[in-house]
Design a protein around this ligand. Structure first.
Ligand code: G
Ligand code: G
Ligand code: MN
Ligand code: NA
Length: 249
């Protein structure tokens, strides 16, 4: 249909772009990472949300080309700035399952001169993710390149616990629905239990969707490592992050 056709021309026609959302270390207050988020606009300029075009891209296979484009763009427009420490990129299970994915990623790193340790790949726990052994091998190859592996949207699907059993994630991102439930005692105790589970397994914990100072304070009480959300910052173009801190003055 329309979106599928649009995706075929998206890269050459420059209809895709990336915006970056800051990730803050709760204890130091520093923004030590940003998440890259894809944006797609139609020929008339209106934008299509990722919730609409990513599933289509996964179904048609366009997610492969878009994924390499995103990785190259992150390396070129952001990671060449020395003071940018870490960028997380969303990666679809379709990409992880594609033969030769890790070596293609290595080629992009080589080509752009970027070190793998400046990248994190976010993997969403979804129903469709089967525990193929080649997927697990791919993840270990990516880790060997220095790339961090994060589990995204933890708690939204049914596969999260299986993923935790099989893969040693650097960071687990707790879905923002848990934070939004934390205004009730029941919601808070649920969040506390999830945090305890993830922490006991030795992962770093990021909570998404922090929108108020009160929520940030609660995250401090819960000893959450990292936060992301409108209270910390909204997604913005690369130019917001490539300026040296001294350029601001
Ligand atoms: O940016 P927000 O606009 O709505 O993004 C929603 C979701 O879309 C993200 O959480 C992520 O799961 C998905 N998404 C955004 N950018 C990308 C991308 O570059 N690749 C993939 N596979 N998913 C993305
Ligand atoms: O799926 P993934 O969770 O990685 O995508 C992040 C999505 O969440 C992006 O679409 C982004 O625009 C959105 N987002 C980021 N911060 C907030 C927030 O504080 N509140 C809400 N409601 N959405 C957010
Ligand atoms: Mn994400
Ligand atoms: Na998420």
């Amino acid at each position: 249909e329309h979106i599928a056709a649009l995706l075929k021309i998206a890269v050459p026609q420059k209809l895709v772009s990336l915006v970056y959302q800051p990730i803050q270390d709760v204890s130091s207050g520093s923004v030590h990472a940003v998440e890259a988020l894809m944006r797609l606009r139609m020929l008339d300029g209106t934008s299509v949300p990722p919730s609409l075009f990513i599933p289509v891209a996964e179904r048609t296979g366009a997610v492969m080309e878009l994924g390499y484009w995103a990785l190259r763009t992150v390396c070129r427009e952001l990671l060449t700035a020395d003071h940018v420490e870490l960028v997380s990129v969303n990666v679809s299970p379709i990409q992880l399952r594609a033969p030769g994915f890790a070596s293609s990623v290595a080629a992009v790193l080589f080509e752009t001169g970027v070190t793998g340790s400046k990248l994190a790949f976010e993997i969403t726990e979804g129903l469709e993710m089967e525990m193929h052994s080649d997927l697990i091998r791919c993840i270990s190859d990516l880790k060997a390149l220095g790339i961090k592996i994060w589990l995204d949207d933890f708690g939204t699907g049914f596969a999260g616990l299986s993923w935790l059993r099989l893969i040693d994630f650097d960071t687990v991102k707790i879905d923002r629905s848990f934070l939004h439930d934390s205004d009730t005692a029941r919601g808070r105790s649920m969040l506390r239990d999830i945090v305890r589970l993830i922490r006991n397994r030795g992962h770093r914990i990021l909570v998404e969707g922090v929108e108020t100072a009160e929520q940030l304070e609660l995250m401090r009480e819960f000893r959450i490592d990292d936060v992301q959300g409108f209270h910390v910052g909204r997604p913005a173009p690369a130019s917001e992050f490539t300026r040296q801190p001294t350029d601001v003055a």
